[in-house]
Design a protein around this ligand. Structure first.
Ligand code: ATP
Ligand code: MG
Length: 384
């Protein structure tokens, strides 16, 4: 008996007129996610089939597929030649449950003369006969829905469950983003959310050794590894921020420290984006969450760059963000108690309404270009 995994990818791509592009991307992302596992991949009429894998790998394959954006749902199937007797035989062999069932037939192969209803009736009959009293039919109040998908390729796929996929769009169809990744809860979730809309995501982390520990940096590496499961590849840019922070601390009014720091982050993100072709900068900011995320702070931060800034969490409550962090498995890593560079020299009373004009004036004490270029000169690039 041959098993396979049927992947459905939703209607949205079919309408866009860009079907080969989306299909190609999704296929590439599936191959990337299943690297190291033996399988074959085929496409037929808006469905993919993962075949010829080892049974022992089935759960791992499903878990990987569940994280791929653009997949609507999956089903583990039994594949059989489209021959109604063979289908009946296979069904009575593999369906060993007790309870009420219904059978739904999808007859995509119009060469088959019987109607879907006739096939369903026949299969139901076979199953009842083989079920020796443990099964009954109930079209409305059923415990199990048995699906027979009769495809144009001459095969029928039997399945009993639909596993929800991650939804969204295939990563790679919406350009490239550079995620400002701290060690906190929010920014990994922001990366996940934007990848869900089809943007490929790489990460930029600022660290402040010796004020921040090597473990804080390692933690960010771990978060990037987890995010990579969703983003189909990931590069992490590590930039040492110590000198910039010291300079701001020494030369600028303390209340604007965080805003000025954020502006440096944006300038550096912009330079990296221009060099490596990122279309947007992504942050985990959420409106009003802290002093540096008020409307005025966000305006002053954005004012330092002409790059598009995407803030997918802008309207989320912390609890909602935490729920997603738990679902995507970044939460337990995020809450490890290592300090972030943003907590170094933290002022007691940061300005919550930093006007761009005032901040720009305050920054004049700094040699901005030199500081930015210096920080970039010993940037570390890690390809995960
Ligand atoms: P978390 O730390 O993930 O997001 P937070 O609530 O602690 O969020 P802030 O510290 O105010 O928020 O940071 C806001 C955003 O700035 C972060 O979501 C992240 O995108 C970016 N950021 C903060 N610190 C760093 C850092 N050390 N390296 C890169 N980006 C950072
Ligand atoms: Mg943070």
């Amino acid at each position: 008996m041959e098993k396979c995994i049927l992947i459905r990818y939703g209607e949205i791509f079919l309408k866009s007129g860009n079907r080969p592009f989306f299909e190609g991307l999704l296929k590439k992302n599936i191959r990337q996610a299943l690297k190291g596992i033996k399988f074959s991949l085929s496409v037929s009429q808006a469905r993919y089939f993962i075949e010829s894998y080892n049974e022992a790998d089935e759960n791992a394959v499903i878990e990987s597929l569940k994280r791929i954006f653009g997949i609507h749902s999956l089903s583990v199937c039994y594949k059989v030649d489209t021959d109604i007797e063979k289908i009946g035989l296979l069904l009575s062999e593999v369906f060993q449950k007790t309870g009420k069932f219904r059978i739904s037939v999808n007859r995509a192969d119009k060469r088959i003369k019987q109607s879907s209803m006739e096939i369903a009736k026949y299969l139901g009959h076979v199953l009842l006969e083989s079920g020796s009293g443990r099964l009954s039919v109930d079209l409305h109040d059923f415990d199990y829905e048995i699906n027979a998908d009769i495809r144009e390729n001459g095969y029928t796929y039997l399945f009993f469950d639909k596993i929800s996929g991650a939804g969204g769009l295939p990563v790679g169809c919406s350009g490239k983003g550079l995620l400002l990744l701290s060690g906190g809860i929010d920014s990994p979730v922001a990366g996940y959310m934007i990848a869900k809309r089809g943007m490929s995501v790489s990460a930029l982390h600022f660290y402040s050794i010796p004020f921040t520990s090597p473990q804080a940096k390692e933690k960010v590496g771990e978060l990037a590894e987890i995010l990579k499961r969703y983003t189909s590849g990931m590069t992490v840019y590590f930039v040492k921020f110590t000198k910039i922070q010291e300079a701001i601390h020494q030369k600028c009014p303390n209340e604007y420290l965080i805003t000025i720091m954020r502006r440096f982050m944006m300038r550096i993100a912009e330079k990296i984006s221009d060099k490596y072709g990122f279309d947007a900068v992504i942050t985990g900011e959420s409106l009003g969450q802290v002093a540096s995320q008020t409307v005025e702070s966000l305006t002053s931060t954005a004012d330092a760059t002409s790059k598009l800034i995407l803030r997918p969490l802008i309207g989320f409550d912390k609890n909602e963000i935490i729920d997603i962090a738990k679902t995507i498995d970044t939460y337990t890593t995020s809450i490890q108690p290592y300090e972030d560079c943003c907590t170094v020299f933290l002022p007691k009373n940061p300005s919550i309404r930093p006007k761009p004009a005032i901040v720009t004036e305050a920054e004049k004490a700094l040699d901005i270009d030199v500081l930015v270029d210096e920080a970039l000169s010993d940037m570390e690039i890690v390809n995960l």
